[in-house]
Design a protein. Structure first.
Lengths: 113, 110
């Protein structure tokens, strides 16, 4: 089944404790991206990747890192999480970029205390 | 902000009625897409319209795009209770960036 998976689905952590949210897709998509969704602010793009080893900042990259060492994986790294990073995070992938249907993962609900 | 604006923010209708949602944006776009989100779950793609297209249909969905007015609309005909969800317009502004509208919360009453 074609899908985007995220892990973990729920995470409660403390300020400053490094964490990684994994994202994997099985559709051989070149484009992957991360978003955060906050009430009243909608979804905002954090980082995107056009292909392996090609990443770039979205609208809200501060406090986040990404890497794209393999085509299928695009982990989101929070080196020192802070409470303002409490949010619902979505990973998405598409065939070749923004001109194609985006396939979204189920979301990761992160709480930083 | 390059974020799109959608209106209405919330829409409540009866089953069988039509629902229309509008999206406006500020920059030039390559294409515009509409997605649905059920209560905090992942977004599901509904339809994509390219900048050189004016109208597109998919089942009960009709999307229009007016690049001169920088606006798009999504029409859902003969709404069902199962259409209750949030609807987002999403547009590509540059090389790899995607920008979301604020979303319209649609409630369809049985």
């Amino acid at each position: 089944e074609a899908q985007v998976t995220q892990n973990p689905r729920y995470l409660i952590t403390v300020t400053g404790k490094k964490l990684t949210v994994t994202c994997s897709q099985n559709m051989n998509h070149e484009y992957m991206s991360w978003y955060r969704q906050d009430p009243g602010l909608g979804l905002r793009q954090i980082y995107y990747s056009m292909n392996v080893e090609v990443t770039d900042k979205g609208d809200v990259p501060e406090g986040y890192k990404v890497s794209r060492k393999e085509k299928r994986n695009f982990p989101l790294i929070l080196e020192s999480p802070s409470p303002n990073q409490t949010s619902l995070y979505f990973c998405a992938s598409s065939y070749q970029g923004i001109g194609y249907e985006q396939y979204f993962g189920p979301g990761t609900r992160l709480t930083v205390t | 902000s390059q974020q799109g604006e959608e209106d209405p923010q919330a829409l409540s209708i009866q089953e069988g009625e039509n629902a229309t949602m509008n999206c406006s944006y500020k920059t030039s776009i390559n294409n515009l897409q509409w997605y649905r989100q059920n209560s905090g779950r992942g977004l599901v793609h509904l339809i994509l319209i390219r900048s050189n297209e004016r109208e597109k249909h998919s089942g009960r969905l009709r999307v229009t795009l007016d690049t001169s007015k920088k606006s798009s609309s999504l029409l859902i005909t003969a709404s069902r209770a199962a259409d209750t969800a949030s609807y987002f317009c999403v547009f590509g502004t540059s090389y790899g960036k995607l920008t979301f509208g604020q979303g319209t919360i649609l409630t369809v009453h049985p």
